[in-house]
Ligand binder design. Structure first.
Ligand SMILES: [Zn+2]
Length: 423
């Protein structure tokens, strides 16, 4: 089950700082229902019955499995199995409100249950997980259900050569794992500046239903080495909370996001106490991080807070300022425009869109100048250590530490494989 793959190798050339985390255009998304179905996994079928609850033994029982074809509907399928139009009409009436019968899509699987050639029930799969049972043997009965989901743990390790997503895909894993990894570590690691040679190890779940692969489940533990520093995350849940914590039990989630974008953007100019200003032709401090991004790119608030300014102001162009708490304040400059409802005094949530990238004020091209202030002093948002959300409560430490020890042993095992492969 352990599958360690080493992808790429450490480049001997100068280490290139390139944006290695470009989100792929289209991420293979798990259907919402699969994610929601995770609480229903591993319920074995009753003896002598299939997972839909039908008795499978019996001389005269017959099950026809098929797929919805183009232009097929519940009506045409049931008519094919000699169900009379009145019964079909009654089924449709019964199904209204439970099922959307118009959403029969070619390729969806269904099965018809027959007794002595008389069809008496149908199971229609709207997805690999979700299904509906239509039974007209006695009274008409329509209900929906979910296939039990099996979780199988997997392990993978990789060295970043091109991009995180490519590395994950080259390792034979869905690029979804890259998205999940970025979500786990995105609070702490500057994913906009991954480097060749950065590496990761992950213990995660694969989900299966009916023997069919559904996709990636949860990450259980992961390690990310970035610029020589090792970051670790362990999933933990108890009665009151669930999430990722580092080895000390501190929440991986921060009060403030590392950067004000949903997707990675290229840093075009770093925080500096003395930078040559391209328009003013002189050296001045640059108390922000510039992200080059196309005009109109949504900008999100890095944390919950109150808008203290949203207006056009000289060389700053359109600016939004947000006060997050007594010590943290952020500013977003050169905006093309403000998001609806963004004005002085309104409350914003973390991740809420507040405006769009532009080049208003003193700017040579479309970019966001993002500024972070701690106690009203500008700090480098890329390098600063941000405060974590609440740590694990004392009473869970022992249980958590026990889990960390077990998972660490597995992560160390993964590293050994990588080192062997490196030589
Ligand atoms: Zn700037």
């Amino acid at each position: 089950m352990s599958r360690t793959l080493l992808i790429g190798f450490v480049c001997l050339l100068a280490v290139l700082t390139v944006s290695l985390l470009e989100r792929p255009e289209k991420v293979e998304d798990l259907e919402e229902d699969i994610i929601n179905a995770q609480n229903f996994y591993e319920i074995p079928p009753l003896p002598g019955k299939d997972i839909y609850g039908f008795i499978t033994e019996g001389e005269n029982l017959q099950i026809d499995e098929s797929e919805v074809r183009r232009n097929e509907s519940l009506y045409t399928i049931l008519r094919e199995h000699d169900i009379d139009p009145q019964t079909i009409y009654n089924i449709q009436q019964e199904a209204a409100g439970v099922l959307n019968l118009r959403r029969m899509i070619p390729g969806q699987k269904y099965r018809i249950y027959k007794n002595e050639d008389d069809a008496f029930a149908m199971v229609w799969h709207q997805s690999k997980v979700n299904y509906a049972i239509i039974n007209w043997q006695d009274d008409i009965n329509v209900e929906t259900g979910m296939v039990p989901i099996n979780k199988v743990e997997e392990e993978v390790a990789g060295i970043i050569n091109s991009s995180l997503y490519e590395t994950v895909v080259d390792a034979g894993v869905s690029q979804r794992l890259g998205v999940e990894l970025a979500d786990v570590f995105g609070w702490e690691i500057d994913f906009f500046a991954l480097r060749q040679g950065d590496h990761f190890k992950v213990i995660y779940e694969n989900l299966y239903a009916n023997g069919e692969y559904l996709g990636i489940g949860d990450i259980i533990a992961a390690e990310f080495q970035h610029r020589g520093r090792v970051y670790k995350a362990y999933y933990f849940e108890n009665d009151s909370r669930r999430g990722f914590f580092n080895e000390n039990g501190d929440s991986m989630q921060k009060e403030l996001l590392k950067a004000p974008f949903r997707y990675s953007q290229r840093i075009s100019s770093n925080f500096s106490h003395s930078r040559f200003h391209p328009i003013l032709n002189q050296r001045r401090p640059h108390y922000g991080t510039d992200y080059a991004a196309p005009t109109g790119t949504p900008i999100i608030s890095v944390g919950e807070g109150v808008v203290t300014e949203a207006q056009r102001r000289g060389g700053n162009g359109n600016i939004v300022q947000i006060r997050h708490n007594n010590s943290y304040k952020t500013a977003y400059l050169h905006l093309n425009g403000f998001a609806p409802g963004i004005r002085k005094g309104v409350k914003v949530e973390q991740g809420q869109v507040i405006g769009y990238v532009g080049q208003t004020g003193l700017a040579t091209g479309p970019h966001l100048c993002y500024r972070l202030y701690v106690n009203d002093r500008p700090v480098n948002s890329v390098t600063v250590d941000l405060p974590a959300a609440d740590s694990l409560e004392e009473q869970y430490h022992e249980e958590f530490q026990h889990q960390v020890n077990i998972l660490d042993n597995r992560l160390i095992g993964l590293e050994l494989h990588s080192e062997i492969a490196l030589r």
